[in-house]
Design a protein around this ligand. Structure first.
Ligand code: NAD
Length: 467
């Protein structure tokens, strides 16, 4: 196994020239041919495949991420996205005909070109360091943009491996990595971009959006939020317990789309708790702490933030609750809480904490969820088909899954994104191509039509022109 490359902050002095080079490459039209983009995508595929062991190692070091989860949600995820993109790129990049109107189509041959937006900046988050950086990059390459990637410094080993892959496999004049934290990102934001694609917290999203507004730079924001889950008394207790737990143990709950709180019918609550106990025993027979299949919290700051949330809860811990600061371990912890103002619900937990708020019926649950001012990234529902559909029709969210945790987010064929405070814009599949593409309307007026178009020129004499 080759050694993990070191993570080094990019020198400030080089940031402006790096961005200028990427812009110059875009203006050289090098990335315009679809064939060029396909070659780069295929190289990226092989870069990921050749370095998959290194990625596994990096994610293990950064987040204690289990090997299986890294293949599933990082390496394999991005490789599948590339396959899907390369399969469809020619069709998506083709000119589109405008809606048919006989006279208009005969006279002006209207069509919509798919033009790349230009030189773009992609800023990634720490929790799925490869997926959330390479995923948007796939879209940028496919659309014909050039790009600078700024991975999260929160997962430095994964950031360094991505830099190695991008440097070794892709055209260095078109795609490059800038490493660093707030100072480097701030320096990047001072450059001119044709789009900024940001994944991370709403607080930083606000900083990015404000800065971009100064130069009218378009922004895509993939943010977080407080996602509700609903469990009615008609739900299958075992299924709900296993699937809600899965959504909170994957990556130790550091998943933007996992549920932040569960509104659960009082009648089914005891059965769901019992099933959660059984499921945890089954998932981690030797305890989560000893299991190689359970991730760690990314750093001490995040660990202490989660610990504080748990210390301050007025709820009753019914499962778990143990922590090990030295190992950044937090046990999957289920807490029955009394109100929405509980420390476990007030803010997005982004960890393996599962507050359950008992309610009397679905109407109450929906009312409570809708009282949360911010619009969530995901909504999850367990109950009868009619009840689940009621949840969907009476709530808002970026996406939703019925009968499961965040599964909608893992389908490569659907756009993924938030709404309102959970984000603006979406990507994955065709949406990844679209988000970096400008739909440019082109008309062509034929020379022969001059006699028919003469009506538009002054002087406006004659019956019709005078009216
Ligand atoms: P973060 O906002 O702290 O950091 C994200 C990126 O922003 C990093 O690259 C970081 O270097 C940069 N950054 C941080 N502070 C900055 C500043 N002051 N100025 C400029 N850039 C700055 O987010 P995070 O901690 O990596 O991720 C956690 C949050 O992201 C959660 O809220 C989660 O829900 C959200 N998230 C959303 C998605 C999604 O797809 N919608 C995915 C993952 C995470």
């Amino acid at each position: 196994m080759p050694e993990l490359p070191p993570f080094e902050h990019t020198s400030h002095d080089t940031i402006a020239s790096t961005c200028a080079n990427v812009r110059a490459s875009f203006l050289s039209h090098k990335t315009r041919p679809v064939e060029f983009r396909l070659v780069q995508l295929r190289k990226l595929y092989w870069g990921l495949k050749d370095n998959s062991d290194l990625i596994v190692e990096a994610c293990k070091k950064d987040l204690g991420k289990p090997t299986f989860e890294t293949y599933l949600a990082e390496v394999g995820w991005c490789m599948n996205d590339i396959i899907f993109m390369t399969k469809h790129l020619h069709a998506w990049a083709k000119d589109e005909k405008a809606e048919y109107m006989k006279l208009m189509n005969t006279l002006f041959a209207p069509k919509i070109r798919k033009d790349p937006l230009g030189a773009v900046l992609i800023i990634g988050a720490f929790n799925f360091p490869i997926q959330l950086s390479i995923g948007p990059l796939i879209g940028a390459i496919a659309a014909g943009c050039t790009a600078v990637l700024k991975p999260s410094e929160g997962s430095p080993n994964a950031a360094a491996v991505m830099q190695k892959i991008i440097t070794e496999y892709l055209d260095p004049s078109c795609y490059t990595v800038v490493q660093g934290a707030i100072p480097e990102t701030t320096a990047l934001l001072d450059q001119k971009w044709d789009k900024i694609f940001y994944t991370g917290s709403a607080n930083v999203g606000t900083i990015i959006a404000k800065k971009a507004a100064e130069t009218l730079t378009p922004v895509t924001l993939e943010l977080g939020g407080r996602n509700p889950a609903f469990v009615t008394k008609q739900a299958d207790a075992r299924l709900a317990a296993r699937r809600l737990l899965w959504a909170k143990i994957h990556n130790a709950g550091q998943v933007c789309v996992s549920q932040n709180f569960t509104l659960i019918d009082k009648e089914i609550l005891p059965a769901v708790i019992e099933e959660m106990k059984k499921a945890l025993q089954e998932f981690f027979p030797q305890s989560p702490h000893k299991s190689p299949d359970y991730a760690r919290i990314v750093n001490q700051r995040q660990f202490l933030r989660l610990k504080k949330m748990l210390d301050e809860t007025s709820g009753k811990i019914v499962i778990g609750g143990t922590m090990d600061e030295g190992d950044l371990f937090i046990e999957p912890t289920v807490v029955v809480v009394e109100h929405m103002d509980d420390s476990l619900i007030r803010d997005e937990s982004f960890g393996p904490l599962l507050p359950l708020l008992p309610v009397t019926d679905l109407d109450e649950a929906i009312r409570i969820a809708n009282e949360v001012h911010d619009t969530p990234l995901g909504v999850y529902a367990f109950g009868s088909q009619k009840e689940m559909e009621k949840v969907i029709s009476q709530t808002r969210s970026g996406g939703a899954t019925l009968n499961d945790g965040f599964f909608h987010a893992s389908l490569p064929t659907m756009p993924f994104g938030g709404v309102g405070t959970s984000g603006d814009g979406s990507y994955r599949g065709k949406a990844s191509f679209d988000v970096f593409t400008h739909r440019r309307s082109i008309a062509q007026t034929p020379k022969w039509a001059e006699f028919a178009l003469a009506i538009r020129y002054p002087p406006f004499t004659g019956t019709n022109k005078q009216q």
